[in-house]
Ligand binder design. Structure first.
Ligand SMILES: Cc1cc2nc3c(=O)[nH]c(=O)nc-3n(C[C@H](O)[C@H](O)[C@H](O)COP(=O)(O)OP(=O)(O)OC[C@H]3O[C@@H](n4cnc5c(N)ncnc54)[C@H](O)[C@@H]3O)c2cc1C
Ligand SMILES: *[C@@H]1O[C@H](CO)[C@@H](O)[C@H](O)[C@H]1NC(C)=O
Ligand SMILES: *[C@@H]1O[C@H](CO)[C@@H](O)[C@H](O)[C@H]1NC(C)=O
Ligand SMILES: *[C@@H]1O[C@H](CO)[C@@H](O)[C@H](O)[C@H]1NC(C)=O
Ligand SMILES: *[C@@H]1O[C@H](CO)[C@@H](O)[C@H](O)[C@H]1NC(C)=O
Ligand SMILES: *[C@@H]1O[C@H](CO)[C@@H](O)[C@H](O)[C@H]1NC(C)=O
Ligand SMILES: *[C@@H]1O[C@H](CO)[C@@H](O)[C@H](O)[C@H]1NC(C)=O
Ligand SMILES: *[C@@H]1O[C@H](CO)[C@@H](O)[C@H](O)[C@H]1NC(C)=O
Length: 533
């Protein structure tokens, strides 16, 4: 039985009174009026408040709503694009008195659209205008606002120094706000840990509109937002991260083998070395089923070994020869370049200008297709038979090929205990699987969702058990949801344990202390224990 401190009512009251809006709260004024009273000066209202009557509304709504599969009966009553913290405080205050739910959107990459979709009346706080990045090369730190995208972060850091890097995700269009609060895997994670392992401070606005930094929020809340999801606890405005030393040259390669080219043996062997090789080496696999021209249109599985090695090409070749000679890597497969170029060329053809990293709306990267994703963790190598069964399923006919990623863990990720942050997938995990399917037409949704679930069912006996773990940033509502208004602990624990293992209980405890009335919530938010609220 966990014990909780009761919220101290007079403390809350004093916070309310300290805010300028306190004396004008009235349930009669409508939400819009409330906002215009409490937010920004009238000159900037049109930049901040977007009603369904404004032409900006649908442009803003759709521009970062990246998964077309998801729709809801309701549209947001209002979209707010704050210019500063007082706009956010006003939005929180007015939503509260008008009983509107808040959806917070940074990059909009949530796999289940929880940053912009809701079935109960809601407003969106879209952080696109809060994207400043301030870099201190002397102390090797940066303050990054949540509305920035990862590509921008990498670009700005590289602009200041080619010898510093940030440990965060692979895709440049992902938003900082969701990514940092949910974990953050990258090609640097085996060397430096995941994003949350490198976060040293944050600014958060709580359900009472109060602004906190690490010191004033305390270590429990600071722990919770580093992997436990932002939305359960507050709106995180900005993050302070460590900048990491990186050599001026790193090496990449991307070698593809089909089943006819021994891919099964290679994947089998890979499972025995992927989490154990030098921390400087990440060998990530992407697997997809396609019709092969050399096989006269027969389907096969293509396995691409995509790599970042933090070091030069000769060293890499020596290490590959020792750990994974079967791949037959040769110097011609490899490119030596700067870290920032390695980020760019994992998405764009060699020669693309670095400015591409600043583009938030790259169609292929940011979605704008129908898609579904699921995730798993593998703790014991899958047998050859097991792999062959997987290939068979992947090759079953379908217009859109399933797309699997095998992402190696180990290295620095395992240096942290399971409870150090809410992200629990540490030592003992060889690799993570992401199952993905993209398609182009709404009518194909049921069929394709069924296909991905079938592959997931097949994998049950090969992946982690009790719980069958999943990665929070690869959000999957199949794992369970909070019913409307029902935030029972037992119900949330079903999905919560999969993402957070034993950390779920501590997250509930932090939630109960900091947001006892469950103001910040969604289908997969941490519930407070209501009896203590
Ligand atoms: C193309 C693509 C590539 C990806 N690559 C990687 C990868 O390499 N590594 C990896 O680890 N993950 C990756 N992901 C997953 C990604 O990390 C998550 O989807 C992440 O949550 C997206 O963050 P966002 O800000 O873009 O999303 P949003 O949809 O804006 O937000 C996601 C969730 O966080 C909440 N949230 C957002 N901002 C805040 C805030 N400021 N305060 C409080 N709550 C907030 C939202 O309400 C929502 O619940 C990828 C996703 C996509 C679509
Ligand atoms: C926020 O911006 C508005 C203008 O949009 C300004 O009036 C207000 O003073 C700003 N508040 C803070 C705290 O900077
Ligand atoms: C948006 O709509 C509101 C309410 O209809 C209106 O007052 C405001 O002027 C509009 N803003 C813009 C920029 O059109
Ligand atoms: C939108 O416009 C309609 C018709 O002009 C008006 O009746 C309605 O009040 C407006 N809504 C808002 C939120 O301004
Ligand atoms: C580095 O940190 C120190 C100590 O906190 C601070 O005094 C100094 O101003 C920082 N350097 C820069 C460039 O901000
Ligand atoms: C396939 O891999 C196996 C095991 O590593 C090896 O013995 C065999 O020679 C390889 N075959 C080819 C064609 O490379
Ligand atoms: C690797 O190569 C394959 C096959 O050419 C390609 O489909 C894939 O996009 C490449 N991946 C990366 C990360 O470059
Ligand atoms: C909430 O969910 C729990 C667990 O599923 C269930 O026991 C309870 O009856 C539900 N309560 C309501 C009000 O629906």
């Amino acid at each position: 039985m966990i014990t909780f401190k009761k919220p101290i009512i007079f403390l809350l009251l004093s916070i309310w009174l300290s805010l300028s809006w306190a004396n004008s709260a009235s349930s009669h004024v409508d939400f819009l009026e409330c906002l215009s009273h409490h937010t920004v000066n009238s000159n900037s209202i049109s930049q901040v408040i977007h009603t369904p009557n404004n032409s900006s509304y649908s442009t803003i709504l759709n521009s970062f709503s990246t998964n077309l599969r998801l729709t809801s009966k309701l549209k947001p009553s209002i979209i707010i694009t704050p210019l500063n913290e007082s706009d956010i405080q006003a939005a929180i205050y007015c939503s509260k008195i008008h009983d509107l739910q808040i959806r917070i959107r940074s990059g909009g990459h949530d796999y289940e659209g929880l940053s912009y979709i809701s079935d109960i009346p809601f407003v969106i706080i879209d952080l696109r205008n809060l994207r400043s990045i301030s870099i201190d090369t002397e102390n090797k730190t940066a303050w990054i606002q949540s509305g920035a995208i990862l590509g921008e972060v990498y670009y700005r850091v590289a602009e200041k120094s080619k010898k510093l890097a940030v440990a965060a995700g692979v895709c440049p269009t992902v938003g900082v706000g969701g990514h940092f609060s949910g974990g953050g895997y990258s090609m640097l994670s085996r060397k430096f840990g995941i994003a949350v392992d490198n976060i040293i401070d944050a600014k958060l606005i709580d359900a009472n509109g109060k602004i906190h930094d690490r010191e004033s929020m305390g270590e429990d809340l600071f722990w919770a937002i580093r992997g436990g999801g932002g939305t359960s606890f507050g709106l995180i405005v900005s993050w302070k991260v460590k900048l990491l030393d990186i050599p001026e040259k790193v090496t990449i390669f991307n070698v593809t083998r089909t089943l006819e080219q021994n891919a099964t043996q290679l994947v089998y062997k890979w499972q025995h070395i992927a989490d154990k090789v030098d921390n400087n080496l990440v060998l990530r696999l992407s697997l997809t089923s396609r019709k092969s021209p050399v096989l006269h249109g027969k389907r096969t599985v293509y396995v691409s070994f995509t790599t970042l090695y933090v070091g030069g090409v000769n060293e890499l070749l020596r290490k590959m020869k020792k750990s994974f000679p079967e791949l037959g890597l040769v110097k011609e497969d490899c490119i030596e370049l700067s870290w920032i170029e390695s980020v760019l060329y994992s998405w764009f053809p060699v020669g693309t200008s670095l400015d591409a990293l600043l583009d938030r709306k790259i169609k292929d990267l940011a979605g704008y297709v129908y898609f579904k994703r699921k995730s798993d963790y593998v703790k014991h190598p899958i047998s050859i038979d097991g792999l062959e069964g997987l290939w068979k399923l992947m090759n079953q006919q379908g217009q859109s090929p399933p797309d699997l990623m095998f992402t190696p863990y180990g290295g620095k990720i395992s240096d942290f205990s399971e409870s150090e942050t809410p992200f629990p997938h540490r030592a003992g995990n060889i690799y993570q699987i992401q199952y993905g399917l993209n398609w182009q037409k709404r009518k194909d949704s049921p069929k394709n969702i069924a296909r991905i679930r079938k592959i997931y069912r097949y994998m049950t006996k090969y992946v982690s058990k009790s719980p069958r773990a999943a990665y929070f940033n690869y959000r999957d509502l199949d794992l369970g949801v909070n019913n409307k208004g029902n935030t029972s602990y037992a119900q949330a624990k079903i999905w919560g344990e999969k993402y957070f293992k034993n950390n779920f209980d501590r997250l509930v405890k932090v939630k109960t202390k900091f947001d006892p009335t469950n103001f910040f919530r969604n289908e997969q938010s941490i519930p407070p224990l209501l009896s203590y609220a």
